[in-house]
Design a protein around this ligand. Structure first.
Ligand SMILES: Cc1ncc(COP(=O)(O)O)c(C=O)c1O
Length: 375
């Protein structure tokens, strides 16, 4: 069976983890954490980076920094992972779900302004598959209505919007280094703070509500409890693992982009027109996080996935609509979100990982072409 995913492993992870075993700092915010922070701050110009134990935790840090009051509203796409709305629900916010656009699963920018009320405080965008949302109009809305923009950049390492790195455009952002992502540390994430006004508090929230980071820098002579917070910082073991991956970022990205393009070139024009290929707007780059197909119906997708499985290829669908989920449906206002439902029913993801071989990619392409001929 060709699996859907196989997490990248360079081999250096073991060496760096061993270094941590022989060091005096294992708990976190040690040399590997700092290397990772510096890497992101230097390479992408993010103002402040704080590793977190998951993308979910990074989103929770963002939501805490927004300082929401009961009933404040946050606009979020329904086609996303549960962690995006959960982070804000935990802060007692009201989640207002928006539909995806027709051209790709990102939030439909046209729909945002009509959803803004005098209670709206945040727009949380998700750059699906690492393809940028149209950020200029979103940032203009934020400016007009004095809103905070949080980028859920879980998929978006090394991807850009008009030459600006994703995760560096909104006021706050969250990355994931879960094993399914281009760069992984098993579980892992990072909170990025681009707006100065959040920086001091972000370090306090990160360090269990204390000003320990300032103490370590010698800025205060003792540290204490100053705010809300949690244990968001990962141990040095996670950071060491992540560092070994970051050293290979260009290598990983080049290989993923090669695989993505091979899929695109092999399928484009060779499969039935009712299957759509990913659409990348001219303002966005492609970080090859994901290669997906859009089937015409749920039945068609189910048949395709079964055909691929019977022929030794694991494919997967993605998010289920959150507005109609068991947890949220009775809290939802009932507005139809047809594009979200369409992506939930029709999107199927193909295997994409560093070790995927040319002959495996060719086999997958051939199978899809064969399936189309039969349908
Ligand atoms: C869009 C999005 N946001 C957040 C997350 C949560 O990240 P993590 O699994 O690292 O907690 C995911 C997970 O895949 C995701 O797809």
């Amino acid at each position: 069976m060709i699996p859907f995913n196989k997490p990248y492993f360079s081999g250096r992870e073991l060496k760096y983890i061993e270094d941590v075993c022989h060091s005096t700092t294992m708990s976190g915010n040690g040399q590997f954490t700092k290397k990772c922070h510096n890497f992101f701050e230097d390479k992408y110009g993010y103002k402040k980076c704080l590793l977190a134990t998951s993308g979910t935790d990074a989103l929770e840090m963002c939501a805490m920094l927004c300082d929401l009051k009961y009933g404040d509203e946050v606009i979020i796409p329904s086609y996303t992972f549960v962690s995006t709305p959960l982070a804000f629900l935990r802060e007692n916010a009201k989640v207002v779900f928006a539909d995806s656009s027709a051209e790709n699963p990102n939030m439909d920018v046209e729909q945002i302004e009509p959803l803004i009320t005098n209670k709206t405080k945040v727009i949380a965008v998700v750059h699906y598959a690492g393809i940028a949302c149209n950020m200029d109009p979103i940032m203009a809305l934020a400016e007009k209505y004095n809103l905070i923009v949080v980028e859920d950049a879980a998929h978006s390492i090394d991807s850009f919007y008009k030459a600006k790195p994703l995760g560096g455009i909104g006021h706050l952002s969250a990355f994931s280094f879960h094993e399914t992502k281009n760069i992984n540390s098993g579980e892992g994430g990072m909170c990025v703070i681009n707006d100065e006004r959040f920086i001091r508090r972000s370090e306090i929230i990160w360090e269990k509500g204390t000003n320990r980071a300032e103490f370590y820098r010698g800025m205060v002579n003792k540290y204490g409890w100053c705010d809300m917070g949690s244990s968001f910082l990962p141990s040095e073991f996670n950071a060491a693992y992540l560092w070994a991956q970051l050293e290979q970022l260009d290598n990983i990205q080049n290989k993923r982009k090669y695989i993505w393009q091979k899929y695109f070139d092999g399928l484009n024009g060779n499969i039935c027109e009712k299957i759509r290929l990913p659409f990348i707007p001219e303002y966005a780059t492609n970080n090859a996080h994901m290669f997906y197909l859009l089937c015409p119906t749920l039945e068609y997708r189910t048949a395709l996935m079964l055909f691929m499985k019977d022929n030794g290829v694991q494919t997967t669908f993605h998010y289920l609509p959150l507005h109609s989920s068991d947890f949220y449906c009775d809290k939802y206002n009932g507005k139809e979100l047809p594009h979200c439902n369409y992506y939930a029913d029709c999107l199927v993801r193909l295997p994409l990982f560093h070790e995927l071989k040319d002959e495996e990619i060719d086999k997958i392409i051939e199978l899809i072409i064969d399936f189309c001929k039969k349908e």
